[in-house]
Structures are given as structure tokens and as C-alpha cells.
Design a protein around this ligand. Structure first.
Ligand code: GLU
Length: 576
């Protein structure tokens, strides 16, 4: 497994403001309101306040959480172009006050002409990752608008065109480039300025736009206007899709490039979702093609036998247990998780409480397990091998709850920063296909997550919704950060449920992760200063790094809904 942490560009996601020290956090009760007390109000959390505003405007206009979440996705296409948008895909999880659950899969698909050797050089070798990203080979058929269309048709209440109003206004009237976007533009000109269209918008006169500059994107405003008035069909129609196909084909060095038929044939899927309990809270998320939901439920399930609340957030043992649970979950993820429409994924077996109890028995509170491999859950297929791990960092999670208590947790992505670097119609096209294993086989055995025509690449995204032990809507949470997503999400859930933290405090908890040999500790946190404690617990390869993570949540706290953003997310305009 080849885990690559974010390089300098992704570290830009870190804010200048320090991660709160755990000893200065006030511990608040998450919600002590009696079960009979009605909870009213609503909340919207997103990585950018202008996108949150778009969501709130929908709620104020009488819309519901589904409407608001779609408006957030569209606004992020404009104001956070490096992370997500209509040129990419996503997953939406909707949990209602009556406990019902639906998940929407808008994951990108590989073109029909893609083969398992898709990324390989002529001599069969795997080229450098950046070469695969910055080409038409990495672009999957975008799924976000079909997802939005389906979710809106089934659960939206406002007219479709209304959802586009804030995004169109931001694109047409302009928005201020924030510090985070300015940093990306400066550091990643080969991606952000990948073609003439994007250079004209973000590098006028050849220089990257600075923080505080007002940028307009008329091409995107017109695209959004067209899709607003004609529906999602307008995007998937050859008239519009032609520019996407042409942009991708020009950058694709082999046969099988994306066709109009690939785009016209794209379908978002409703899926059942996956659920389990953690300390009597009901936690639900997205199943394959993402590994995120399974990994979060596995990490939590393996930790349930430990009293983390009693150990506390300041104990290295707490985080040692967390790391050991991650190692087990990621070993399973590597072997079993891929698009279940193409390969058999033993989802029920992987999150079965009995199986997780067996896996948890491998965790020693006093010592790191020497070797961690995948388990044998019920329904496990044979003869699939693990694959390599792509880079990450172009994603946004957002969460909405409306006053009916409907929670919508939506993670939207174009994969890496500025996706493939190719822009069409004013938005970046994703590089999601690099989430496939670029090697089709390992040691002569086929990798489950190999490229295949029409298949969806394995994701790590983990939008989750949670009901409390009384069955009341409690939390919607998720994160960006590629393979770190399940860890960030599980940590926030533990923070709220085990440590009784507010959502923001839980999201701010220090980052610690391991799914190979090394244990990554977040620079500038007390964990990074506690290396000897982790060494005593058997973790000898400790790596102190910045943590390129950003999580978002809405949480019911003392009878009202609160929106929280990871304080690591830089939203200001001032260059530090
Ligand atoms: N494309 C990644 C995934 O679906 C997410 C990338 C990121 O979070 O930066 O898992």
C-alpha cells in the first residue's frame, strides 16, 4: 500500500489558526434535552461561508435539507473550484426524523472504452501519479447533476431552477478569492491553469489571482443558467457534453476516451445505505462504491468494547486503540472494497457485530499488533488482491438539517485539487479515475478496484447521519481528505459520543492515523509531543505531519442545531 500524505499544496488547507489544545476545550453536554422536547431550527455547514449562505437561502425560501444541500453543491462549484463541483461526483445520505434512510450515488464512471490497463505505459509500467492525473485518462463521467436531479425529484420541494440562483449570482457578479484558493492558484499553476479556459479566469495577464481579488466566471454562470432552466438533461445532452468530450479526448493519449454516449448514459443510483449502532446511537452511511461508510462503522464497531469516555481524549491509550482499529479496517478495505456492481463486496459481513468483535479481539490496549491483515468476513470472495492508493485532496463535505429534522450529509469531489486540470464550460473536470488501482493486478491476482468500462472507482468518502438512542436526528457529518476521510469522520463521532464534545471541538481533535507501518501524528498538537508514550505502546515508526483534513457537521446540542466547520479550514481572505 502506498499512502501518500498531502504535499505542500494540500497542506494549504490548514489554517494559520492553531488547532485548539485539548486541555483548553470546554466539555459540553451534546444534548440533554428530554426525548419529548421538540427540536426545531435548521443548520447548514460547508467549507465556504458563501456556500452555507446559499443553503440557508433555500431554507429561508421554504426549501428543505435536500434543496439546501444541492444549492450548496452548486455554490461550491463556483467558490471552491479546486475541491468539488458539477464536473465531479459525490454521495448524498439523507436521514429523516422518522428514521428512514436513502443514499444517492453520483460517483463518476469510467468510459465504456476503459480497460484494466488504462493507466499503464506501453511497456506495462505504472507511470508517475501526476502523469495519470493530468490527462484525459483520469476524467470520469461526472455524476453530481444526475445525483442532484434524482434527489430533488424524490425529496426536493423548491423548483429546480431556484436551487441555482445563488451559484449563478456568485459566478456572474463575482466572488472574492479567499486565501485558500489563492494559495492553490499560486502553487499549482499546471493544474489550476491546465487549459486556456481556466488560465483566462484564474491567471489573467499570466499571474495567479491574489486573495481578495474578485473573480467572475461568466461561462460557468451561463452553464448553470442553462441547466437551471432545462434540467440536468441539458448537461448530459450532446449539445453541452460535446465540449466535455472534446476537452477530454484531446488530452487522452489512447483509444477508449470518453464519448457522448458515456455521458448520455450516465445514471445516478439510489442505494439502501448501510447502518449499525455505536453505543446505542444509530449510525448510517454510504455503501460501495465508497469504502468510507464501511470503514467508519468498522472502526467504531471495533472500539465499542473499550470505554473511551473513561479513558478520555487526553490519554495516548485512547488514540492507540483508535489507530489499532484503523489498521484493521484499512486492511479489510484494501482487500474487499470496490464497486459492488462489478465485484462482490461482503458488506454485511464486514460490518457484522460478531465479525467486528473477533477483529476487535486482535486489539491489545497495551501494545501495537505486530501484523495486521484482512479478516474473513461472511461472504468474502476469494482471489482478489489489494491495490495501490491514490493521492487525494479535492473534496468538500457539507451537512444540512431542516426544521423537520431531515439530515442531509453530502460529500462532493473532483478528486485532486482542480481535478484533472481540464476545464470545460467554466468548471473543472474531475480526475476521479485515479481512485482506481492503476495496476490491474498484484502478484498475478486481479485487484478488485481495477479499471473497467462503466465501473465506479473506489472512494473513501463517508457522509454519515446519526440518530440518538431515543431515535431522534442527532448529527450529520463527513470530511474531505481522501483516505483520511473515514478517520476524520470516526474521530468526530467519537468526540461527540464518547467525549461529549461540541461538533466543532470534535472536528478539531488532533489527527492520528495509521494503516501501514507508520503512525502519522498531527504537527503542533499534543499527540506530536507524546511520541514516547506511543513508542511505549509499540509504535516505532512515528511521523509528525501537517494534517490536510477538513470536516463539516451539524449536531443537535442542547435542543438546537449547530453547524460546525473544522477550524483547520481557512475561510478568510488575509494571507497569514
Ligand atoms: N476522490 C477521493 C475519494 O473519493 C476524495 C479525495 C479527497 O478527499 O481529496 O475518496
Amino acid at each position: 500500500m502506498n499512502f501518500r500524505f498531502a504535499t505542500s499544496f494540500a497542506a494549504l488547507a490548514l489554517t494559520a489558526c492553531a488547532t485548539p489544545q485539548t486541555d483548553t476545550l470546554s466539555v459540553r453536554s451534546a444534548d440533554t434535552a428530554p426525548a419529548t422536547k421538540p427540536v426545531t431550527g435548521s443548520a447548514v455547514s460547508a467549507a465556504d461561508p458563501r456556500a452555507e449562505e446559499a443553503g440557508r437561502a433555500m431554507l429561508a425560501a421554504g426549501g428543505n435539507a435536500t434543496d439546501a444541500a444541492i444549492a450548496v453543491m452548486l455554490a461550491l462549484t463556483v467558490v471552491e473550484p479546486q475541491s468539488s463541483g458539477i464536473g465531479g461526483g459525490g454521495f448524498m445520505v439523507r436521514g429523516a426524523a422518522d428514521g428512514s434512510l436513502i443514499t444517492y450515488d453520483g460517483r463518476e464512471t469510467a468510459p465504456a472504452g476503459a480497460t484494466p490497463e488504462w493507466f499503464l505505459a506501453e511497456d506495462g509500467s505504472v507511470p508517475p501519479f501526476s502523469e495519470s492525473v493530468l490527462s484525459g485518462l483520469s476524467v470520469g463521467v461526472p455524476g453530481n447533476l444526475r445525483l442532484a436531479e434524482k434527489a430533488h425529484a424524490e425529496h426536493g420541494s423548491l423548483p429546480w431552477a431556484k436551487l441555482f440562483e445563488p451559484a449563478i449570482a456568485l459566478a456572474r457578479e463575482g466572488f472574492a478569492v479567499n486565501n485558500r484558493l489563492a494559495g492553490y492558484l499560486e502553487r499549482l499553476p499546471e493544474r489550476a491553469g491546465g487549459n486556456a479556459q481556466s488560465r483566462a479566469i484564474y491567471y489573467p495577464g499570466g499571474e495567479p489571482l491574489a486573495a481578495g481579488s474578485i473573480v467572475t466566471n461568466e461561462k460557468l454562470a451561463q452553464s448553470l443558467e442553462r441547466i437551471a432552466s432545462e434540467g440536468a438533461d441539458a448537461f448530459y445532452d450532446p449539445d453541452f457534453a460535446g465540449e466535455i468530450v472534446q476537452t477530454v479526448a484531446q488530452a487522452t493519449p489512447r483509444e477508449g476516451a470518453m464519448t457522448l454516449a458515456d455521458i448520455e448514459g450516465y445514471a445516478a443510483k439510489s442505494r439502501d445505505g448501510i447502518c449499525s449502532t455505536y453505543r446505542e446511537y444509530r449510525i448510517c452511511g454510504m455503501g460501495p462504491p465508497t469504502s468510507g461508510g464501511v470503514a467508519v462503522l468498522q472502526i467504531l464497531g471495533q472500539l465499542e468494547r473499550f470505554d473511551l469516555g473513561a479513558l478520555g481524549q487526553d490519554s495516548p491509550v485512547t488514540w492507540h486503540l483508535f489507530v489499532e482499529a484503523q489498521r484493521l479496517a484499512y486492511a479489510d478495505r484494501e482487500l474487499y472494497l470496490a464497486d459492488s456492481d462489478f465485484v462482490s463486496v461482503p458488506v454485511a459481513g464486514l460490518i457484522d457485530k460478531g465479525y467486528l468483535a473477533q477483529r476487535s479481539a486482535l486489539i491489545d490496549p497495551d501494545l501495537r499488533a505486530a501484523n495486521v491483515g484482512p479478516g474473513r468476513p461472511e461472504g468474502a470472495p476469494i482471489a482478489i488482491a489489494d491495490g495501490d492508493e491514490p493521492e487525494e485532496k479535492g473534496t468538500s463535505h457539507f451537512a444540512v438539517v431542516d426544521d423537520a429534522g431531515t439530515m442531509v450529509s453530502y460529500t462532493s469531489t473532483i478528486e485532486g485539487p482542480f481535478g484533472s486540470g481540464l476545464m470545460a464550460h467554466g468548471f473543472y473536470l474531475n480526475n476521479e479515475l485515479t481512485d482506481f488501482s492503476r495496476s490491474p493486478e498484484v502478484d498475478g491476482r486481479l485487484v478488485a478496484n481495477r479499471v473497467e468500462g462503466g465501473k465506479r472507482p473506489r472512494s473513501s468518502m463517508a457522509p454519515m447521519v446519526i440518530w440518538d438512542p431515543d431515535g431522534r436526528p442527532f448529527m450529520a457529518v463527513g470530511a474531505a481528505g481522501g483516505t483520511t476521510i473515514p478517520v476524520t469522520t470516526a474521530r468526530a463521532i467519537i468526540g461527540v459520543i464518547d467525549f461529549d464534545l461540541s461538533a466543532e471541538e470534535a472536528l478539531a481533535l488532533p489527527f492520528i492515523m495509521s494503516f501501514g507501518e507508520a503512525v502519522f501524528l498531527e504537527e503542533g498538537t499534543w499527540l506530536a509531543d507524546s511520541q514516547s508514550a506511543f513508542e511505549t505502546l509499540g509504535h516505532t515508526r512515528l511521523v509528525v505531519r501537517e494534517a490536510p483534513i477538513k470536516g463539516n457537521a451539524v449536531l443537535r446540542e442542547n435542543g438546537r442545531w449547530v453547524a460546525a466547520r473544522d477550524p483547520r479550514i481557512e475561510v478568510g481572505l488575509q494571507v497569514p
